[in-house]
Design a protein around this ligand. Structure first.
Ligand SMILES: [Zn+2]
Length: 290
């Protein structure tokens, strides 16, 4: 697998915002890595949970305004969100507003995958039942592999694939099932991965002469750059490792910039070679790299 090279786009603006922080079990985020190691990099609370962000990306091209992932949304009940311990962030519509957009402006939403913290925000409950689209003019891009996988569901992911999040996409009539690696529009490519969940989309963006990789749940935080530091949520850890290795090696070689969806400290980093393998080099905010 080789990351396809997006064609340089004529005009582009990239923005990022954190919808909300949330907390998950630190052990689940680092799989087989002992807490004695991961706790040197990430702090946990008395319940062993760690804080994650929900960084969504907005890509404005000559004729499209593309949102990447939409967070949890608010369709589930108080008990559900009590476990997620939401805090901080600017919200989905708040974040868009901060970047200069209204929900109606969004022409496309790339849904990296259908786990609840990535897709739930596309639709909201309406009083009396049913849902409404937050982005009524948007086409939703989801990989066909992920769509079919999530609709079949499975015991392991049934808490992540929620019918109330997934059904409205089908009912919207605005679903574009992405068949393979390729271009969504000039400058915006998608690469399909299989280790975290089958059909995870990794958006790759060509901005001026730089390339940005939105690493999503393949490399959710800087700490997950190390090849063996993977989430226990990954269905196929060996596949995750191979996919990470290929992306990281190519990114290192070509000075591509990684964007992290779940790292509350760093939005982006470049990579550097160390005796232990590829690690984060200079890290910072997306704006520092534009
Ligand atoms: Zn996920």
């Amino acid at each position: 697998m080789v990351i396809l090279r997006p064609v340089r786009s004529f005009k582009m603006k990239l923005s990022i915002f954190n919808i909300s922080n949330f907390r998950v079990d630190g052990g689940a985020m680092f799989g087989v890595i002992p807490k004695a190691l991961w706790s040197r990099q990430v702090s946990s609370d008395e319940n062993n949970t760690i804080e994650l962000s929900l960084n969504s990306l907005v890509i404005e091209t000559a004729d499209r305004i593309i949102l990447v992932d939409a967070g949890w949304g608010d369709k589930q009940g108080e008990k559900f969100f009590r476990h997620a311990c939401l805090s901080g962030g600017v919200g989905l519509t708040g974040g868009l507003e901060q970047c200069g957009y209204r929900p109606d402006d969004i022409t496309d939403v790339i849904i990296t995958h259908l786990h609840a913290d990535h897709c739930g925000g596309c639709f909201a409950n309406v009083p009396g039942g049913g849902t409404r689209a937050l982005f009524p003019n948007a086409t939703y891009h989801i990989s066909r592999v992920q769509w079919e996988w999530a609709n079949d569901s499975n015991l392991r992911e049934e808490d992540a694939f929620l019918a109330e999040n997934i059904k409205p996409f089908e009912e919207s009539g605005r679903l574009n099932l992405v068949e393979e690696n390729g271009e969504i529009c000039p400058g915006v490519m998608v690469k399909i991965c299989y280790g975290h969940t089958p059909g995870l989309i990794i958006p790759v963006i060509r901005y001026r002469d730089k390339q940005f990789i939105y690493a999503g749940d393949l490399i959710p935080t800087i700490a997950h750059i190390a090849l063996l530091w993977n989430m226990a949520y990954d269905l196929l850890p060996l596949v995750t490792i191979a996919e990470k290795q290929e992306i990281l090696e190519e990114a290192l070689r070509n000075e591509h910039i990684l964007i992290f969806q779940h790292d509350p400290q760093a939005e982006c980093c470049v990579l550097t070679e160390t005796p232990k393998g590829i690690r984060a080099g200079v890290r910072g905010r997306l704006a520092d790299y534009l």
